[in-house]
Design a protein around this ligand. Structure first.
Ligand code: ACO
Length: 387
């Protein structure tokens, strides 16, 4: 056995592979700190642009810095024509939302401010994502795409482009709380992907494309759609137990539950549950919120019964689904909406990695055969191991 074999850790669980000033996840205490701020202190208060500025610079902006930053985002939000063409093709051929984002993210290189112009390139990558997501959705729905209206913040502009009308301030607040809540989360799979790519000396667009690919999987950012579908399929609190038991007995996972790091309740779930409660109360219809709460209670009880000691708790995706649905964001845009926010975190991590770069290059443990001998082509049979 060589040295590496004794160190193999499946899924790199518990391995510390980066140092960061951006966010800290304490999975035992159920705490998330973003650039020094407890999540619950900052997420419901900050505008999304303030949060991005905080991650990119380390400090909250002053009023004039915030205004300048919003202007920088707005002036870099225009999509290259080829992106529109590909979104149109994606929408008409039924390519799903995350594939459309991943495909078109690569095309952003066609028209990008240079990397030496301060934050211009970073701002362009971030500001174009909501336009791409909303454009894909409108084209998919047979509607004309809308450009981001001048003078609107990123969250209100995204809602405007989806709906075609100016959103209510309470909706903007709820969306900003969501975006702030998921902006960064330690060395999650997509952030790790971005850092690995940038550590090779590659560029920000490549890191963005790779990170989108990592985020879209159901074990990471692809869970909120299925979580909401589950709540809808249950439909009535009295049906929750039978439905959830059936899933668990057939070995299925309950979407929106469990986390690699959190062994207590994900603090983001509480922030989003509170925002969802406010939103549904304002709308005057608490039925879906109450149903989701009932499903959550039953799911936690059954997870403890079927998976004792695994400490499976509600994760961020469960209340993401409820909140985004309350904002009338279509299910297909749940993960793209997550992407819009997390991209700000990816960019911050890439810049941090570039400042302190060391190529990320772990090792693998070889488990294959050894001492094999070459068999010439004409003598190979399936039994000689040539299959
Ligand atoms: N439902 C049922 N059982 C589960 C769930 C779940 N949601 N999550 C984990 N388990 C079980 C596993 O089957 C396993 O059981 P076993 O010990 O009998 O084999 C045990 O709990 C431990 O699971 P692991 O796979 O080791 O946990 P891991 O840390 O790899 O997974 C993950 C974390 C991927 C989030 C997992 O909990 C899961 O699949 N959840 C559902 C999908 C989801 O909600 N994804 C969003 C995550 S949040 C985010 O990325 C933003």
């Amino acid at each position: 056995m060589n040295d590496n074999q004794s160190h193999y850790i499946p899924g790199l669980e518990g391995v510390v592979a980066a140092q960061t000033r951006l966010s800290h996840v304490d999975g035992e205490a159920g705490e998330l700190v973003i650039a020094g701020f407890p999540l619950e202190e900052i997420a419901p208060r900050a505008a999304f642009e303030e949060m991005v500025y905080l991650l990119w610079s380390g400090e909250l902006p002053t009023a004039s810095q915030l205004e300048e930053f919003r202007f920088l985002l707005a002036e870099n939000s225009r999509l290259p024509a080829a992106v529109l063409d590909v979104l149109r093709a994606a929408a008409s051929t039924g390519v799903d939302s995350m594939e459309a984002l991943r495909m078109t993210a690569g095309l952003l290189s066609l028209d990008l401010p240079s990397d030496s112009q301060g934050w211009a390139q970073d701002a362009a990558l971030l500001a174009r994502l909501p336009v791409m997501a909303a454009t894909w959705w409108r084209l998919r729905s047979g509607l004309q795409p809308l450009e981001p209206p001048p003078g609107m913040g990123l969250a209100s502009s995204y809602l405007y482009m989806l709906r075609g009308s100016e959103p209510h301030p309470a909706h903007v607040r709820a969306l900003e709380t969501y975006l702030n809540t998921v902006i960064d989360h330690g060395l999650n799979a997509s952030t790790f992907t971005a850092r690995v790519i940038i550590s090779t000396g590659s560029d920000l667009v490549s890191a963005l494309v790779g990170a989108i690919g990592a985020l879209k999987g159901p074990l990471h950012g692809g869970a909120p759609g299925p979580a909401l579908q589950m709540v809808f399929e249950i439909g009535d609190p009295d049906q929750a137990e039978a439905y959830l038991r059936k899933k668990l007995e057939s070995g299925e996972r309950l979407m929106g539950f469990g986390h690699r790091v959190y062994k207590v309740r994900d603090p983001r779930a509480d922030v989003l549950a509170a925002a969802a409660e406010t939103l549904y109360r304002q709308a005057g219809d608490m039925r879906l919120y109450e149903l989701a709460r009932a499903v959550e209670r039953k799911a936690l009880e059954l997870l403890e019964e079927y998976k004792p000691g695994r400490r499976l708790q509600t994760n961020v995706e469960f209340y993401t689904a409820l909140l985004l649905h309350g904002l009338e964001i279509p299910l297909e845009l749940f993960t793209p909406t997550f992407t819009i926010s997390r991209a700000a975190g990816w960019i911050a991590h890439c810049r941090e990695q570039q400042r302190e770069n060391r190529l990320i290059r772990p090792q693998s443990q070889y488990t294959g055969p050894r001492d094999r001998r070459w068999v010439p082509l004409e003598k190979r049979t399936e039994s000689s191991g040539a299959s």
